[in-house]
Design a protein around this ligand. Structure first.
Ligand SMILES: Nc1ncnc2c1ncn2[C@@H]1O[C@H](COP(=O)(O)OP(=O)(O)OP(=O)(O)O)[C@@H](O)[C@H]1O
Ligand SMILES: [Mg+2]
Length: 472
């Protein structure tokens, strides 16, 4: 259960926030004074500290500064009253990871806390190499390819070199990024991850570089970008192949000059940030297609770590499968079941287009299917056969699209794209909410939408999560 420290002097606000956060599955401690909150945050490990600005004993801003100095990796969210946004910005500079302007919706707080908890996990959950430890993440595999990668990590970790991590989907790029960070001399400084593909183009630049008040419509106050926030630490730019041309140009400049300009400002701000980047895209091809700048590619790929597809390191599959079995058994509170050698051999011979992530899913499903008994060849075959089904669904999709386009050609449909989304969306949301047992925060996280959006959609589609909960 993630732990939250709430520093708030208003007893009724504190109590109501504690109530909603507990309902969301957080363990919440409350401190009513700034100095008291600071002492607790120093002493205990919280996933996130949420603090008010005005506090007896020690003000929120001073608290942010002191706590950040003591524990640079501790995510802090500042709550401030309307009208003091400048102070909030000051706080991000001092080390707060984000801020909320009162009055705010509970959903806004949930979103910020969820992302802070995720980043605290990235920073604090150690990654072990080659060793199957269950109490932390581990990079498994003793194949020659993986051994070369461990060496590479060791070689680059201690430097401040930019590293480009390449490899098809599900090969472990994020895991490698975390390992590099944890073995670097910046391991005690923040690690900030930005998924470039998940942020709309229009917002990405401001997310990375920040903006001044009035830089564009809707920029009501200044915002500190991730580069500035990561000062002294490490910035992980995931899905870098998806950057648009404009942002590519700006990123190149930052990498060359180590200075950023907030949108709408001429002033340069020096940033000391180690950049790690990852992509599953074939960047050489993207360069050919004029979708990716060659000069940026050269800058990024000073050091490249390329993860091979799982099928090319099939000798790692037995060890990976056993590792995932132990992990999931432990998660489910079961004894780790045995696996038939035939089942392992079968897994070793699959093509694994989804790589390690796919293997992980297959193993989990096989374990659920087999429990409490050993995982047999039949179990493995059954799960793989089920996973092959999307191929059949794919045909159904193709037929659906063909029909939609035919109607569009005849002029019967004028908005084929919107129509398709509208046709498929209900299924996506209803399956997600059912799978999450009605837990909206969880379902929203899976779909990569905010809780607010989730709630809107559920209402709009007439899906009532409470009923779904009872269905289960
Ligand atoms: N060598 C490995 N040992 C143990 N677990 C691994 C290994 N490689 C990948 N995983 C696990 O597989 C899953 C996918 O890994 P990760 O998210 O790092 O992939 P990725 O390359 O970033 O994929 P994508 O391109 O889709 O973002 C994660 O759960 C990760 O922990
Ligand atoms: Mg990834």
């Amino acid at each position: 259960m993630p732990k939250v420290l709430l520093i708030e002097d208003d007893a009724s606000t504190a109590a109501s926030l504690q109530k909603v956060l507990s309902a969301e599955g957080y363990e919440v401690d409350i401190a009513a004074r700034g100095d008291d909150g600071l002492a607790r945050a120093r002493e205990h490990n919280y996933n996130v500290v949420v603090t008010d600005l005005r506090l007896p004993g020690l003000g929120g801003l001073e608290l942010v500064a002191q706590l950040h100095a003591a524990k640079p990796k501790q995510p802090i969210i500042l709550m401030t009253a309307h009208g003091s946004t400048e102070t909030a910005i000051e706080a991000t500079k001092l080390g707060a990871c984000d801020y909320l302007v009162k009055p705010f919706e509970a959903d806004e707080l949930f979103d910020l806390i969820a992302s802070a908890v995720a980043s605290s996990r990235l920073m604090s959950e150690p990654v072990d190499m080659g060793e199957a430890r269950l109490d932390c993440s581990a990079i498994i595999g003793n194949s020659r390819a993986m051994q070369a990668i461990y060496k590479e990590i060791g070689r680059v970790a201690a430097t401040s070199a930019t590293v480009l991590i390449r490899g098809p989907t599900g090969t472990g790029k994020e895991l490698i990024a975390r390992a590099i960070y944890q073995h670097s001399d910046r391991a005690d400084k923040p690690f900030i991850a930005v998924n470039c593909a998940a942020i709309p183009d229009a917002l990405l630049e401001s997310e990375l570089f920040g903006h001044e008040r009035g830089a564009f419509t809707g920029a009501q106050s200044r915002r500190i970008g991730r580069f500035e926030q990561a000062h002294g630490g490490t910035l992980f730019l995931d899905e870098i192949g998806d950057l648009n041309a404009n942002t590519q140009g700006k990123l190149l400049r930052v990498l060359q000059e180590r200075r950023i300009q907030r949108l709408g400002s001429q002033a340069d701000v020096a940033v000391d940030v180690r950049v790690l980047a990852a992509t599953h895209r074939d960047l050489e091809e993207a360069i050919q297609e004029k979708e990716f700048r060659q000069d940026l590619f050269y800058r990024l790929s000073v050091v490249t770590i390329a993860l091979p597809p799982l099928a090319r390191r099939a000798e790692d599959i037995p060890q990976l499968a056993k590792y995932f079995i132990q992990r999931y058994a432990r998660e489910l509170g079961l004894q780790a079941p045995a696996v038939q050698p035939e089942a392992i051999a079968f897994l070793q011979n699959q093509p694994w287009p989804g790589n390690v992530r796919e293997l992980e899913n297959v193993v989990r499903q096989a374990l659920l299917l087999a429990r409490p008994f050993a995982i047999s060849l039949e179990h493995a075959q059954q799960v793989i056969a089920k996973a092959a089904q999307p191929a059949a669904d794919h045909q159904a999709h193709a037929a659906y699209v063909a029909e939609l386009l035919a109607r569009a050609q005849k002029g019967e449909v004028q908005d084929a794209y919107a129509r398709m989304i509208a046709d498929l969306e209900p299924e996506l949301f209803s399956q997600a909410i059912r799978l999450a047992h009605g837990n909206q925060a969880k379902a929203a996280r899976w779909l990569g939408v905010t809780r607010l959006k989730m709630r809107e959609k559920l209402a709009q589609l007439g899906l009532h999560p409470a009923q779904n909960e009872q269905d289960e």
